[in-house]
Design a protein around this ligand. Structure first.
Ligand code: NDP
Length: 445
């Protein structure tokens, strides 16, 4: 990196032992080199140094009592990364792997993703190393209440509006919202992903998976392809994976594999989504259960092998760095021509290079999975208006937003000399709006 290398060096020095954060920043800074060359005034104003430093990081203790009466202690985080174009907005991840590096990478990515939606939302992310898996409803509730008791001091409908992410679904958002309301005595849109009876938006549950398919549909169309009759492999079996599967079927494709962190299922006849939804959304069990209902399907232990299944389109929808260079090469060797990232940063940097070098139609996460946060912003609008749009109205807006994101990323890629490179296009298109806002708002002394 010619102009921005020193910014990267400083990030590494100031944030040691944070590989995921370094990875996310490096990718963005590499894409922004041509912008830095065209905008020396932004270099002089320290825009690049400022954008890689969170505005605020909150770290707190989360004590709660388990079912046996024992006190447990987890760690809570909220990274308020950038508020140049709106209140901080981004999900809360509950997973034992959660640490500062992962939340900073997610918060950083969120800045550009939120900007790409065209809606007025800044970037943030939070969560805890609490693992909801295997916990009773009572334990999850007590954890969420303790977590929100501290978090409530730092968020608000015009300040910071968290949402769901891995491990934080409708149940957790409900417990957290209830506690916020008790503490503050106000009914506001402080969280998104709420239940439909208490301020939630139609389509929010489906939005990330649907939006991913709308985005990829545009990218495929541009190259004379579509989901029709395509064989699709999707990793994960959570919120994003389930609704991506549903939309792939609606668009005429066939999903043949899904996974969880234990292993993957392959059903050559096409995955039966109602079975997966019952196992995952109702019973909260493991994906291996699927083969009990569909003996023709095959279960394989270990989730990484899912990328060895031949497919036309791959949609990684589980977690970061789940698809490496070897997996990328295997996918291509087996005929895969398009990859859309439903999860955040699911492909390693090496895998992304392989996709770009081989002209795979590649939808990077911050563009392709922006449908979730876009619909969260639509939920905020409805809360402010105290009004609800119909499913069709929200779905139409989501489709328009995803089409606009594709156009913005594709046009920026061409304008900066690397047509079809949607990684670079998305980074630049997302960055420009935030940088202009930061520049206009000046530096605080
Ligand atoms: P869920 O918790 O609903 O599902 C996550 C899925 O991924 C589960 O099947 C889970 O399996 C699997 N998974 C999680 N961690 C790992 C791991 N370390 N290794 C292998 N598999 C794993 O989360 P979501 O579907 O909401 O989120 C999935 C991804 O999409 C994340 O990267 C998230 O940040 C991103 N995303 C989500 C949005 C949303 O609206 N929900 C919006 C934008 C991005 P298991 O049950 O075994 O843990």
């Amino acid at each position: 990196m010619k102009t921005l290398g020193h910014v990267m060096d400083q990030v590494i020095k100031r944030n040691p032992n944070e590989p995921e954060f370094h990875q996310a920043v490096r990718e963005v800074l590499e894409s922004l080199e041509p912008v830095a060359e065209r905008k020396p005034q932004w270099v002089d104003a320290g825009i690049f140094e400022r954008i890689v430093e969170p505005e605020r990081q909150i770290l707190f203790r989360v004590p709660w009592v388990d079912d046996s009466g024992k006190v447990q202690v987890n760690r809570g985080f909220r990274i308020q990364f950038n508020s140049a174009i709106g209140p901080y907005k981004g999900g809360l991840r509950l997973h034992p792997s959660v640490n500062a590096s992962i939340l900073k990478f997610l918060g950083f990515e969120q800045i550009f993703k939120n900007s790409l939606t065209g809606l007025p939302i800044g970037g943030g992310k939070g969560g805890s190393d609490f693992d909801p898996k295997g916990k009773s409803d009572g334990e999850v509730m007590r954890f969420c209440q303790s977590f929100m008791t501290e978090l409530s001091k730092h968020i608000g409908a015009d300040t910071d509006v968290p949402a769901g992410d891995i491990g934080t679904g409708a149940r957790e958002i409900g417990y957290m919202y209830g506690q916020y309301k008790r503490l503050r005595n106000e009914f506001t849109g402080v969280l998104t992903g709420k239940g439909l009876q208490w301020g939630g938006s139609l389509v929010r549950t489906e939005a990330t998976g649907y939006g991913l398919c709308y985005f990829m549909d545009e990218a495929l169309k541009a190259k004379g392809k579509s989901f029709k009759d395509a064989t699709v492999v999707i990793s994960g079996s959570g919120n994003v994976a389930i609704y991506a599967t549903q939309k792939v079927y609606q668009l005429g494709g066939k999903v043949v594999a899904l996974s969880d962190s234990n292993g993957y299922i392959y059903d050559a006849d096409g995955i039966k989504l109602d079975t997966v939804q019952r196992i995952k959304e109702v019973e909260r069990k493991r994906i291996i259960e699927y083969v009990k209902y569909h003996p023709n399907a095959v279960y394989t232990e270990g989730c990484a092998g899912i990328w060895t299944i031949p497919c036309d389109i791959a949609l990684p929808c589980a977690t970061q760095n789940e698809l490496d260079e070897t997996a990328a090469k295997t996918l291509i060797a087996n005929g895969c021509y398009a990859v859309g990232e439903g999860a955040n940063m699911p492909s390693t940097a090496e895998a992304v290079s392989v996709f770009l070098a081989n002209k795979v139609i590649f939808g990077p996460a911050k563009a392709a999975n922006a449908g979730g946060v876009a619909t969260s912003a639509l939920e905020m609008s409805q809360n402010s208006m105290r009004y609800s749009w119909t499913f069709e109205e929200v779905d139409e807006k989501l489709k328009d937003i995803m089409t606009n994101i594709y156009t913005a990323a594709s046009e920026a890629a061409s304008a900066y000399g690397d047509a079809d490179n949607l990684v670079m296009g998305a980074n630049i298109a997302g960055f420009l709006k935030v940088a202009e806002a930061m520049y206009a708002q000046g530096v605080a002394y």
